[in-house]
Ligand binder design. Sequence first.
Ligand code: KG4
Ligand code: ZN
Length: 351
Amino acid sequence: MTNILSIDTSCDETSVAITNDTVVLSNVLWSQASLHAKFGGVYPSLARRAHEERIDWVIEKSLKKAKRELQNIDAIAVTAGPGLAIALEVGITKAKELAFKLQKPLITVNHIEGHLLSVLLKPNSNKKTPSPQFPLLALIASGKHTDIIYARSIRDYELVAHTVDDAVGEALDKAARMLGLGYPGGAILEELAKHGDATSYDLPVPMEGKEERMEFSYSGLKTAMYKLVESEKPLDKTKIGNLAASFQNKAFIHIERMINKALQDYPVRDLAFGGGVSSNTELRKRLRKLCNKYDVSLWTPYTKALCTDNAAMIGMVAYYKFKEGIVLQPEESVVVDRMPRIKVGSPFPWE
Ligand code: KG4
Ligand code: ZN
């Protein structure tokens, strides 16, 4: 059994998890969302400072929750990319420091691979639960990514589709901002959309009829929404609900059509769905219906806390890397650097 302490500081959550093989013992995060709310997005230098101030506390709390001491830890894992460069650096520096102090191996992890494998994590219980089987398709929908990935096996990934402009979570956040709602807006929009009429406004379906290009694009829908919101001002509660429902509907139809195409091109039995937007109940419902058509099972992380950014998913990837010996000894860890733009499936230069 391997106890791994994992750190993720790729964006605006300071997160530390302790995993035991695939089991989550603790997953503690300190969100900075309220700090960045007034900017409507993440302000990098503020993020770095907040990570620096809180990381030791989050490590301590995570160990305590897992009932582990630092001496019980077999390896340290950290997100090396993609993400915000100066934020990633805080986690990397701390991970190197811990690996050195404990004289334990360091494992570097791709954040997107973390979201992809988050569906394999298990709660700390005796109950045996099933897992998806490879090859599988994965949809990673977050504030920075809208990726469809074909995973032949662990670490054999093909990027099937990605976004050419905004990510879906980013588009939802921007739409929420246009409606004067809080940040991040995806979950707020979901709540409002429940009481709105999705057919009340006519917004375009992104990339309609061009699904074979396998590109996500949200800038056209965003611009249309901006014009619509301006023309509807002053807004009231009913208008806001209807606008939220109409926007979310078209944003999700785009995803449904892309997944439909991917399921036709890649005959798989399982679809993994991760990233912050995977906590959306409406989108889960739509994808489950689509999957049923193809006799495919839809998998999401066992709790919504593992949909948004978290360190437990980094521990999941690290577990496989540890088993395969893809680790750095503490004295080798100086070569590790932040990789803000690394793609999923590309090994780190030091691997
Ligand atoms: O995975 P994540 O925490 O961070 C990134 O790697 O980006 O995803 C954050 C994104 C935000 O855009 C947020 O609005 C969206 O996930 N999100 C949601 C929901 N909860 C979070 N979007 C739609 N519905 C939700 N319930
Ligand atoms: Zn993420």
